[in-house]
Design a protein around this ligand. Structure first.
Ligand SMILES: Cc1ncc(COP(=O)(O)O)c(C=O)c1O
Length: 399
């Protein structure tokens, strides 16, 4: 049998690391897991309580609205106003998605057709690189940041890559996918970068899809900008917002696509054929999270920031120089010089085998990622210190 849409997908190198992790655990070893960016912190109590309460109401057991119930769309518009001072019309500029991942994938379906192309930074979150392909479109990659300077604003280098990509593309790209704070490189940008990007989109008539998964995870006082804060951005831009990281609600699958009304309408139409919306009690609980647990993203941010500090300081203390991320929930660590040639898959494998520490090999995020491994900040500080002790032992032994 042939499965054209999936056979071409690159082998998921994370599966190999997960296999090793499972093997080590089956052998009774205690693996400290910085691999998968799956938040370990609980969802807000008010949301859990509301979910339980509304699940008891049979009215909520029926099909819901695939575009999201009106109060949910109002709640996200309220959050955008409060946090970013962005006005969104909940009727025309908001559609609920089953997480940002589903939203992004189906956005590509409405924007791209076979023969089209889309511009995507590399390395990137895997669905950014795979999504256009599901719609039959070709991906043109641009480097997202200078490897080694990954915590810095990607600025000039990024726009040079973008301009070259658009110039050399066989047809005018239908979409540019970006995401800042960036997974995996942790690159962060300021509003001036977003202004330039919106200008670029308008000049070239290309839709920008900004995946804002780490909207609320900026450190040391840094607030990541929404692309919609730029005047006129709604002409060419949409943004994906998700409760996954901001409210630690990963399993609930609540996301949004907001911004350009035409794109939102197209996605709404497609989704009306594909799904009946997230389970209504989940939507109701998401409203409560956004309206009542307004301090929750800030509390999570403080936890991630202090984990970042523990990991960055600890790695530097054992002689592994890493940049401190300004945002996201990751650390993008250049592989130490002595091991760099072996590549990220071999180095990640070595860290599991010799130190019982799981990381994600950078190559899993695209071509430009092979000099790095990614740590997700999903282990507490005590476990982080345990990992640092075994990393020190292993790296000293290996020389
Ligand atoms: C850039 C990016 N987008 C989207 C997601 C997933 O978001 P969601 O759970 O809303 O699908 C992640 C999760 O790691 C991510 O890093």
């Amino acid at each position: 049998m042939e499965f054209r849409r999936v056979t071409g997908l690159p082998p998921y190198v994370f599966a190999q690391i997960n296999g090793l992790k499972a093997e080590a655990r089956a052998a009774g070893r205690d693996v400290v897991d910085f691999g998968f960016g799956n938040p370990d912190l609980p969802s807000p109590d008010v949301a859990v309580e509301k979910l339980a309460e509304s699940a008891h109401n049979p009215r909520n057991h029926r099909y819901s609205a695939s575009r999201g119930i009106p109060n949910l769309r109002r709640a996200i518009a309220g959050r955008y106003k409060a946090v970013f001072d962005v006005d969104l019309d909940p009727e025309t500029q908001v559609v609920t998605t089953i997480g940002a991942k589903e939203g992004l994938t189906h956005l590509m379906w409405v924007l791209c057709e076979p023969g089209d192309c889309a511009v995507v930074p590399s390395p990137s979150y895997p669905i950014h690189l795979a999504g256009p392909g599901f719609a039959g479109a070709r991906v043109i990659t641009v480097p997202v940041a200078d490897p080694g300077a990954s915590a810095l604003d990607p600025g000039e280098q990024f726009f040079a890559g973008l301009e070259a990509a658009v110039r050399e593309a066989p047809t005018r790209p239908r979409a540019i996918i970006v995401s800042f704070p960036h997974n995996p490189t942790t690159a962060c940008v300021d509003l001036a970068f977003m202004e330039r990007l919106v200008g670029f989109a308008a000049e070239n008539e290309i839709v920008v899809c900004h995946d804002f998964a780490y909207a609320d995870l900026g450190f040391d006082g840094y607030q990541p900008p929404s692309i919609l804060q730029v005047k006129g951005a709604e002409e060419w831009c949409v943004e994906l917002y998700t409760l996954t990281k901001s409210f630690s609600m990963a399993g609930w699958r609540v996301g949004f696509c907001v911004g350009n009304a035409e794109v939102v309408a197209a996605l709404t139409k497609l989704k009306s054929y594909l799904d009946y919306g997230t389970f209504q009690p989940v939507q109701i609980a998401a409203i409560v999270a956004m309206n009542e647990a307004t301090d929750y993203p800030g509390r999570l941010r403080a936890v991630y920031q202090s984990r970042r500090d523990a990991l960055v300081e600890g790695l530097r203390r054992i002689g592994w120089e890493v940049p401190a991320p300004r945002g996201s929930m990751f650390l993008w660590a250049p592989i130490p010089e002595a091991y760099r040639e072996r590549g990220s898959l071999e180095f990640s494998t070595l860290l599991i085998r010799e130190a019982d520490v799981a990381t994600s090999p950078g190559i899993g995020f695209g071509d430009n990622g092979d000099d790095h491994v990614r740590f997700a900040l999903i282990e507490n500080e005590m476990r982080t210190h345990q990992a640092l002790r075994s990393l020190k032992r292993a790296l000293t032994k290996l020389g």
